[in-house]
Write a protein that binds this ligand. Structure first.
Ligand code: PLP
Length: 408
């Protein structure tokens, strides 16, 4: 018999990370198989330009040329990566001059997912309190998988209210207050995936107070800095607010979306520590964790991001391009809503424009999403989530008509 004869087919459990991934692949397959020329794919989680094409940022192209022209060697990075990159990534997240930078432990990571995984492993090994992490309902499906696999207990807190297609703020705060003291809470720093629903700054202030009152620990996942509002400082509000209020947060950063470096797998994981002496101890343990996982991270993406973040001119150019991506998405949201209202839809579509980031929760049912695909060649996942990045000036009219025909 084969060595692997006893390996069972993985279960397609509803809501699991794999099931969600397969659902998205299924959407892409169905889209590809459709011969209708005006078909629309709103399943993908990557930015597209107004022609529906992947976008390579001009600042990235320039950085890449500089890196190639410099004929750098391909020696190993250290365990925690390229120092010029991690230093600049920390400043981008916490803000230049933030006192947290002084005793920050940071390591380069295999994009945002890798950062979450290092964080989960560190908490599993060293967190002194309740090793249960609370994630929002719903959340990016891979959160549960990453934390489960790292050996943390995963629980949920209320987040999305399907009646208002908005934030269940009272439920969220109540769940923070009800969790055992010293629990770990995972927050999406901005552009919540999959709902596009974020707390307001005032709500973040109240969330911070509830977290502090319970002595919880905050783990921020910031996969979309700059991509939500177009302003990297504004999108970092929650992270900086918690730090300013004395929380020793940890943070997962990704440069997949805001630099369009998806496949380069460039990110960072950081922890705020209390003193130089503590920083030294924590840093040694992060290295001990990373070394047997993958030894040290790849260098190309780090060089690209570092070149952009450390060159004032390229940095300004990049900020403009991030804003350009965010603005296009905001514009598509407005156009979709406007078109639906023009068609005479009686529903309230204000959530389309109040939500933020790559994804929108339409509030359409699985059956309505099926009808969109079958009758109108508009493809997205059955949970009603659409990738706003897949909307263009050209297809938004037909998209609105299709939604109107399905939902009214
Ligand atoms: N966290 C959230 C909320 C995300 O939506 C994503 C990507 O979709 C990630 C983390 C990680 O992405 P990556 O590993 O490509 O940086």
């Amino acid at each position: 018999a084969s060595t692997w004869a006893n390996v069972q087919q993985g279960p397609p459990t509803a809501g699991s990370a794999l099931a969600q991934y397969q659902a998205i692949l299924g959407v892409t397959e169905a889209f590809k198989a459709d011969s209708f020329p005006k078909k629309i794919n709103l399943g993908v989680g990557a930015y597209r330009d107004d022609q529906g094409k992947p976008y390579v940022l001009p600042s990235v192209l320039k950085a890449e040329k500089r890196v190639v022209d410099a004929k750098m060697n391909h020696e190993y990075a250290g365990i925690t990566g390229v120092p010029e990159f991690t230093k600049a990534a920390a400043e981008l997240a916490y803000g230049k001059g933030s006192p947290a930078l002084e005793n920050l432990v940071i390591t380069q990571s295999i994009s945002g997912t890798g950062a979450l995984r290092i964080g989960a492993a560190f908490l599993e090994r060293f967190y002194p309190g309740n090793k249960t992490i609370y994630i929002p309902t719903p959340s990016w499906a891979n959160h549960k998988a990453v934390f489960d696999d790292a050996g943390l207990q995963v629980q949920n807190y209320r987040y999305y209210n399907k009646d208002t297609i908005g934030l269940d703020f009272e439920g969220m705060v109540a769940d923070i207050k009800a969790a055992p003291k010293g629990s770990i809470f995972l927050f999406h720093a901005c552009a919540h995936n999959p709902t596009g629903v974020d707390p307001t700054e005032q709500q973040w202030r109240e969330i911070e107070q509830a977290v502090k009152a319970q002595g919880h620990f905050a783990f921020f996942d910031m996969a979309y800095q700059g991509f939500a509002s177009g302003d990297t400082n504004k999108d970092a509000f929650a992270v900086r607010h918690f730090v300013e209020n004395g929380h020793q947060i940890c943070l997962a950063q990704s440069f997949a979306k805001n630099m369009g470096l998806y496949g380069e797998r460039i990110g960072a994981f950081s922890l705020v520590t209390e003193s130089a002496e503590e920083k030294k101890r924590v840093d040694s343990q992060v290295k001990i964790l990373v070394r047997p996982m993958y030894s040290n991270p790849p260098i190309h993406g780090a060089r690209l991001a570092s070149t952009i973040l450390n060159d004032p001119e390229l940095y300004e150019e990049w900020l403009g391009e991030v804003k350009g991506m965010a603005d296009r998405i905001i514009r598509m949201r407005a156009l979709l809503r406007e078109n639906l209202e023009k068609l005479g839809s009686k529903h309230d579509w204000s959530h389309i424009t109040s939500q933020i980031g790559m994804f929108a929760y339409t509030g359409l049912s699985p059956e309505q999403m099926d009808a969109l695909a079958k009758e109108h060649s508009v493809y997205a996942t059955r949970n009603g989530r659409i990738s706003v990045a897949g909307i263009t000036s050209e297809n938004v009219g037909r998209l609105a008509e299709s939604i109107f025909k399905v939902k009214g």
